[in-house]
Design a protein around this ligand. Structure first.
Ligand code: AMP
Ligand code: TRP
Length: 334
C-alpha cells in the first residue's frame, strides 16, 4: 500500500519562523518524511489576505523556503513548493467557496480574531475566505493527514466538511483529511506570558525565540523566561505554566520525556535547568540558521528547487482538478 499522504502549509509572513512554528509544524514536517508521502507549501496567497508589501513578500517566501530546507526537508523525498506557482489552488478555491455557507465561514474564529484587531470593516474578503483556500490546498492533493498546531483545528474541520459535501453532491472525489496534532507541542507559549500562545503577531520579541536568532540572543531570552517562585522543576500547567512550557520545549528538542527531565533537575533550581535548555535550543537552531544563510546566498538554486517542486505538485493538482471539473459540469480544460 502506498504511504499515507501528508500535506501542510505555512505562511511567509515573518523574517524567521519561531520556536512555536518549529515544534508545532516544521519539525514534524521533517520527521514525517520518514514514513509518509509528504507535500509542503509556502502559502504566499494566504499571506496577501492582509495588507502587505510585494518586495517583502518575495523575500519572506524565499526565507521561509530556505528555513524549511535548512531544517531538513529533502526535495528528493518531499515536494516543497510555493502556492502561487500552482494555479489550481485558486481554481479549486472558487469551487469550494460556492459550497461554503456564509454563516459557516462567519463562524471561523481565526477570522473573527484577526478582523477584530484591525476593525471588521477593514478586513478583506480574502481574509474571510482564507479557510476555503486552505481547504483547497489540502483537498487538491487527496491528503490523509495535516500536521498543524492546535489553532488550526477549526480550519481542518471546515476542510473535512467541504470534502464530504462535495463527495455527497457530486460523487466520491476527495479524501477526508485528518488533523495530525501532537499534543505535547500543540501549543508552545510565550516566554514572558506563559499562558498565551507564542505568536508572531501578539508576543513581544523577548517572548519569542526565532529560528534565526543568534545563539547569544537565544541564551538571553531563555535566561529571562518567566517562571515562578517555587524553584522546583516540575510540570504543572495550571500552577506553573512557565516552567511547564520550558519542560515541553526541552523534551521536544532533546527527545527526553518530561518525567526524566523532572528527575534530572530535581533540587537543582531554575538556573542550571535554563542554562542546559538554552544549549539544547542553540544546538538545534544554530545549524539551521547557518544552512538558511547558505540557501539565501544562492537564490538561483533555491528558486530552481521551488520551481521543480511546483512542477511536481502541479501534476497531482491537475489530475484532481480534471476530476473536479468533470464532476462539477465544467468542460475539460486543455
Ligand atoms: P502561524 O505562524 O500562526 O502562521 O503558524 C504556522 C504553523 O505553526 C501552524 O501549523 C501553527 O499551528 C503552528 N504554530 C504557530 N504558533 C504555535 C505555537 N505557539 N505552538 C505550536 N504551534 C504553533
Ligand atoms: N492556515 C495555516 C496557518 O496559519 C496555514 C495553511 C494554509 C495551511 N494552507 C494550509 C496549513 C494547508 C495546513 C494545510 O498556519
Amino acid at each position: 500500500m502506498a504511504n499515507r499522504r501528508v500535506f501542510s502549509g505555512i505562511q511567509p509572513t515573518a523574517d524567521s519562523f519561531h520556536l512555536g512554528n518549529y515544534l508545532g509544524a516544521v519539525k514534524q514536517w521533517v520527521d514525517l518524511q520518514e514514513t509518509r508521502d509528504t507535500i509542503y507549501c509556502v502559502v504566499d496567497m494566504h499571506a496577501v489576505t492582509v495588507p502587505y508589501d510585494p518586495e517583502l513578500l518575495r523575500r519572506r517566501t524565499r526565507v521561509a523556503a530556505a528555513q524549511l530546507l535548512a531544517a531538513g526537508l529533502d526535495p528528493e523525498r518531499t515536494i516543497l513548493f510555493v502556492q502561487s506557482q500552482v494555479p489550481e489552488h485558486a481554481e479549486l478555491n472558487w469551487v469550494l467557496g460556492c459550497l461554503t455557507g456564509f454563516g459557516e465561514a462567519s463562524r471561523m474564529t481565526q477570522f473573527k480574531d484577526k478582523s477584530a484587531k484591525g476593525g471588521a470593516d477593514q478586513a478583506s474578503v480574502g481574509l474571510f475566505t482564507y479557510p476555503i483556500l486552505q481547504a483547497a490546498d489540502i483537498l487538491l492533493y487527496k491528503t490523509n493527514e495535516v500536521p498543524v498546531g492546535e489553532d488550526q483545528r477549526q480550519h481542518l474541520e471546515l476542510s473535512r466538511n467541504l470534502a464530504q459535501r462535495f463527495n455527497h453532491r457530486f460523487g466520491e472525489t476527495f479524501v477526508i483529511p485528518d488533523a495530525y496534532i501532537l499534543p505535547a507541542v500543540a501549543k508552545i507559549t510565550d516566554l514572558q506570558d506563559p499562558t498565551s500562545k507564542m505568536s508572531k503577531s501578539s508576543s513581544a520579541p523577548q517572548g519569542i525565540i526565532d529560528l534565526l536568532d543568534e545563539p547569544g540572543v537565544i541564551r538571553r531570552k531563555i535566561a529571562r523566561a518567566v517562571t515562578d517562585a517555587e524553584g522546583s522543576v516540575r510540570a504543572d500547567d495550571a500552577a506553573k505554566p512557565g516552567v511547564t512550557n520550558l519542560l515541553r520545549i526541552f523534551a521536544a528538542l532533546s527527545g527526553q520525556p518530561v518525567a526524566i527531565l523532572e528527575a534530572t533537575y530535581a533540587g537543582s533550581g531554575y538556573g542550571t535547568f535554563k542554562k542546559d535548555l538554552a544549549e539544547v535550543v542553540v544546538d538545534a537552531f544554530a545549524p539551521i540558521r547557518e544552512r538558511t544563510a547558505k540557501y539565501l546566498a544562492e537564490l538561483d538554486v533555491l528558486d530552481a528547487v521551488l520551481l521543480d517542486g511546483a512542477r511536481r505538485a502541479r501534476i497531482v493538482a491537475r489530475e484532481t482538478m480534471s476530476e473536479v471539473r468533470d464532476r462539477c459540469g465544467f468542460p475539460a480544460a486543455s
